[in-house]
Design a protein around this ligand. Structure first.
Ligand SMILES: Nc1ncnc2c1ncn2[C@@H]1O[C@H](COP(=O)(O)OP(=O)(O)OP(=O)(O)O)[C@@H](O)[C@H]1O
Ligand SMILES: [Mg+2]
Length: 256
């Protein structure tokens, strides 16, 4: 598929209120294809809400989201997944009582609620499909150096290993656009650097990412452009070098 000329994702005048709280209050920005766009801002700025609205897990009060120039506003997550849009959570979302491998298998698209359909297609077809999914899971385990944990219950993993599992679960669907909410939160520095390298590698393979991240040094190394939010609005965007000297950005970080 040839790359679209315009941005991969366009967010236009997005609003989302919770009761009286204006969590997102007129946010507009674009995510170009083929890089890691950073989404930063002080606590409560509305970053996760924006990501949740893009990911279809909460509906906007108003505003539009376009992907490859097609309207995707408020599509449910499974429909977004079919188009290649996948998100990971700020808090890991693994199934504690499934093994690591099982967690990956159920994260593959079309692995649940399709038993009848699979029966209709015949065992041979779905076994082949299942084999492909297991193979994809094992490739990811190798890539993330987690093969030894394949049969471990996800609930027994360390915090850092859960973050890796969360990332692998997102990658099972072979996304074109991955939405990451603080993928390195609470992870020790050496694992954080490893995750950084994984994200750069994935970027090199053509995956586009929109990433919320608190650590500005990480954002500086990985992200271009950077979108800065405060109090539900986008207050600056550009390279990290540009936004870090922006007066409004400095004020937002100081005042919170
Ligand atoms: N489900 C909800 N119900 C009520 N208020 C909410 C809800 N989700 C978010 N908010 C409020 O909306 C505002 C934005 O929250 P959001 O989680 O989007 O911020 P954030 O930028 O991701 O912050 P953080 O950096 O702390 O993760 C906050 O004031 C928050 O308390
Ligand atoms: Mg958040």
């Amino acid at each position: 598929m040839s790359a679209p000329a315009g941005p991969l994702l366009t967010v236009r005048d997005l609003h989302r209120e919770f009761g009286g709280v204006r969590a997102v209050n007129g946010a507009s920005f674009e995510v170009p294809g083929g890089g890691i766009t950073g989404l930063i801002g002080p606590n409560g700025a509305g970053k996760s809400t924006v990501l949740n609205v893009i990911a279809g897990s909460i509906k906007p009060t108003s505003g539009e989201i376009a992907y490859r120039e097609q309207d995707i506003t408020a599509l449910p997550p499974y429909k977004l997944a079919r188009r290649g849009i996948i998100r990971t959570f700020q808090l890991s979302s693994e199934f504690a009582q499934l093994t690591v491998l099982e967690n990956l298998l159920v994260a593959a698209p079309g692995q649940r609620g399709e038993t009848l359909w699979q029966a209709a297609l015949g065992k041979r077809y779905w076994r082949a499909q299942e084999r492909a999914v297991v193979q994809r899971a094992r490739e990811l385990l190798t890539r993330f150096d987690m093969t030894a944990k394949e049969d471990e219950y996800a609930g027994n993993l360390s915090g850092g290993q859960k973050r890796l599992l969360e990332l692998m679960r997102g990658l099972m669907a072979e996304p074109a656009l991955l939405l990451l909410d603080e993928p390195m939160a609470g992870v020790n520095p050496s694992l954080a650097r490893r995750i950084e390298q994984h994200l750069l590698d994935l970027c090199g393979e053509g995956l586009t990412m929109l990433m919320i991240e608190h650590e500005l040094a990480v954002v500086e190394r990985l992200c271009d452009p950077v979108i800065v939010m405060a109090q539900g609005r986008v207050i600056a965007q550009g390279s990290m070098a540009d936004v870090r000297t922006d007066r409004e950005v400095l004020d937002a970080y100081l005042i919170g």
